[in-house]
Write a protein of this length. Structure first.
Length: 162
């Protein structure tokens, strides 16, 4: 659960990309120790929707996330988060083609933004706003004035040494 700190809200792709590419568990174990420490401190968390996206997979990442479920990697929505989700959905529905908005709203992406709007904090995603074929988290964050970084920028903020 987020603490009084302004949390960093992780998108699913941050964890997946880290585990499969840049920070594989065996290659950079200190990255995962760093994340665990910050999750425990309440400065890094994820919505339940991100947790739900990861659970169908039966791999090391799923096991790692499941072990941190109660510590902040499965924050359940409250009424305020639900209200902000409605605002995100309304914006997306009125701004983009129906097929694009339906795809965006079907996953964890709008939830991450709703949590940041409701509880404060920064969204962390590997998505780029430059790809226009799909609705991107950074583009929606910009509309709502929500800070949005990628993994490397988040690491610059914390300054861990691996």
């Amino acid at each position: 659960m987020p603490s009084s700190l302004t949390p960093f809200w992780l998108d699913t792709n941050v964890l997946v990309e880290a585990a499969k590419r840049h920070y594989k568990f065996d290659r950079v174990p200190k990255f995962w120790s760093f994340l665990s420490m910050e999750i425990q401190a309440g400065s890094i968390c994820s919505p339940k929707a991100v947790y739900d996206e990861l659970m169908p997979y039966k791999d090391r990442l799923t096991t790692w996330v499941r072990a941190r479920k109660e510590k902040g990697l499965c924050v359940f929505p409250n009424d305020d988060v639900q209200a902000h989700l409605s605002k995100v959905a309304d914006f997306v529905d009125t701004t983009y083609a129906r097929y694009k908005s339906a795809e965006f709203l079907s996953g964890a992406d709008p939830w991450i933004i709703a949590y940041a709007l409701s509880m404060g904090g920064t969204v962390v995603t590997q998505e780029s706003s430059s790809r226009k074929k799909k609705i991107r988290i950074p583009t929606v964050c910009l509309h709502f004035s929500v800070a949005c970084l990628d993994t490397f920028q988040m690491l610059d903020h914390f300054g861990p040494k691996f």
